[in-house]
Design a protein around this ligand. Structure first.
Ligand SMILES: Cc1cc2nc3c(=O)[nH]c(=O)nc-3n(C[C@H](O)[C@H](O)[C@H](O)COP(=O)(O)O)c2cc1C
Length: 464
């Protein structure tokens, strides 16, 4: 069979993910693999008609398409995102329609599921027959047990093609774009109380997003700063070279860092506004997110209020919502809210409420306690950095040490003694019987002190 591999890595032949494809090529010599370097060659693909035609022919002539890509900032690299946008812009869906598809990623398993869900949705939109995915840790290929699983994954993909296996669509089509948002009520200005408010956007003039940005900016009054991410003057997308790892210094010498320092770093309230392109924000926004990788795995939005304006069908895009939420909370921010331009959303009122709430929460210093993505994400980073990456990611290592982020439970010696003692006590049948009987009260006893202190705090508040 003829397999078209769409490689998303900007590193081309040096891609870690591509080595997994090379492994498959050796394991299945009876099949032919043609690699389209969508990530590496995105510029020529954009500019040269010949490159585009060749690439489409490779896909059209194939029996199946394997998307082989690294996970970059919870999704695919900006370059692959742009490639997918081009397929839509140039009405090139016919080459993909009806093809069997599968997805192979490498990553450190941090939000790999959102990258897969995105690609699955794209395949559904292109009327491809999505068979499944293989999510590899970037070092898995060394392990024999993984190699066996990779072979099984690919065998299943080939069998699906050979059998013409029926495949159901998982992600419903997105609704048609409604009329763009236009303000209907005059804005009421919110007192920003010295908080620095920044709105970053990628709006086209006259678009619904431009109206939303203008509407929100009007709510914040004169103290807001509004900037188009185009003004970051990025010379290109992240190259995945990881040369930033040592000192958080990017190889690009362009306007990104200065833009970041001017707008993102000082903001107390940071609003990011974008229009949905296919199933995510634009490739330009994705490029912005990918380039922020140069700051390493440290919480770049610590204690900020972060909010989003999304012009598009966010209600149908759970993955986009998950990524936007994940981006905010993983960077240490509080998610103050997301306003969408979807019809029926009382957008004027929602923009005003967002402005008011973000200022109030910023004043109070509220950051919502972490839920699973941020708790799990921290542990993945902590273990990966300490477990090996710190040899190269020196800046991360320094930050993790200085900020107590290497918070392994093995280092909590007091807790270890308590756990050991409790465990030994549980070996005594009478103690164990007593604990089992009174389990609920044992669980809440340590919390009683906190409730008492709350009473004291309430009394103090009423005295003030
Ligand atoms: C800019 C950038 C962003 C990344 N973001 C993620 C991520 O969100 N989740 C993850 O698990 N790994 C992430 N990684 C790690 C890569 O997915 C991993 O190193 C991958 O194996 C690189 O594959 P490649 O050599 O094919 O490009 C990121 C790496 C880079 C350079």
């Amino acid at each position: 069979m003829q397999i078209a591999v769409i490689s998303g890595s900007p590193k081309g032949e040096m891609s870690v993910t591509l080595q997994y494809v090379r492994f498959l090529e050796e394991a299945f010599p009876e099949h032919t693999f043609s690699v389209v370097h969508a990530g590496r060659d995105i510029r020529s693909i954009e500019r040269q008609g010949e490159a585009w035609k060749r690439l489409l022919a490779t896909v059209a002539e194939s029996d199946g398409v394997l998307w082989a890509t690294p996970v970059y900032v919870m999704l695919v690299p900006a370059q692959l995102k742009r490639f997918i946008e081009l397929v839509g812009e140039r009405n090139a869906g016919d080459a993909f329609s009806g093809k069997y598809a599968a997805c192979l990623t490498t990553s450190i398993h941090y939000f790999d599921h959102t990258a897969h869900a995105y690609l699955h949705g794209i395949c559904d939109d292109l009327a491809m027959r999505y068979v499944g995915f293989c999510s590899a840790h970037m070092e898995d290929l060394r392990k024999e047990a993984f190699q066996e699983q990779l072979v099984l994954f690919f065998s299943d993909f080939l069998e699906a093609i050979a059998e013409r296996r029926p495949v159901q669509r998982e992600f419903p089509p997105l609704p048609a774009s409604p009329a763009p948002y236009a303000r209907t009520t005059p804005p009421a200005v919110v007192e920003t109380r010295g908080k620095r408010v920044v709105i970053l956007h990628d709006a086209e003039p006259g678009s619904g997003l431009a109206a939303m940005v203008g509407g929100l900016a009007a709510c914040y009054g004169d103290s807001v700063r509004v900037a188009h991410i185009r003004d970051a003057a990025m010379k290109g997308a992240c190259l995945g070279c990881c040369r930033c790892a040592f000192e958080n210094t990017c190889v690009y010498d362009d306007g990104f860092l200065a833009f970041w320092e001017e707008y993102v770093a000082p903001a107390d309230i940071l609003v990011m506004a974008g229009t949905v392109r296919d199933r995510f924000l634009s490739a330009a926004w994705k490029q912005f997110f990918d380039r922020s990788f140069a700051s390493g795995h440290i919480p770049a939005f610590k204690r900020k209020q972060v909010a989003y304006l999304v012009d598009g069908p966010l209600g149908h895009l759970a993955t986009l919502r998950e990524v936007l939420t994940g981006l905010a909370v993983m960077e240490g921010a509080n998610l103050a809210g997301i306003v969408t331009g979807e019809p029926g959303g009382e957008i004027d009122a929602a923009l005003h409420a967002l402005a008011e709430r973000s200022v109030r929460l910023s004043e109070r210093g509220y950051v919502a306690p972490a839920t699973f993505p941020a708790v799990a994400g921290h542990k993945v980073f902590r273990d990966e950095i300490w477990g090996g990456m710190r040899a190269i990611f020196k800046a991360d290592d320094r930050y993790y040490r200085q900020h107590g982020l290497y918070d392994f439970p093995t280092r909590d010696y007091q807790q270890r003694i308590i756990t050991r003692a409790t465990s030994l006590a549980m070996a005594i049948p009478s103690v164990r019987r007593d604990v089992v009987k009174k389990m609920p009260s044992h669980m809440i006893r340590p919390l009683e002190k906190a409730i008492e202190s709350s009473r004291v705090l309430a009394e103090r508040r009423s005295e003030q």
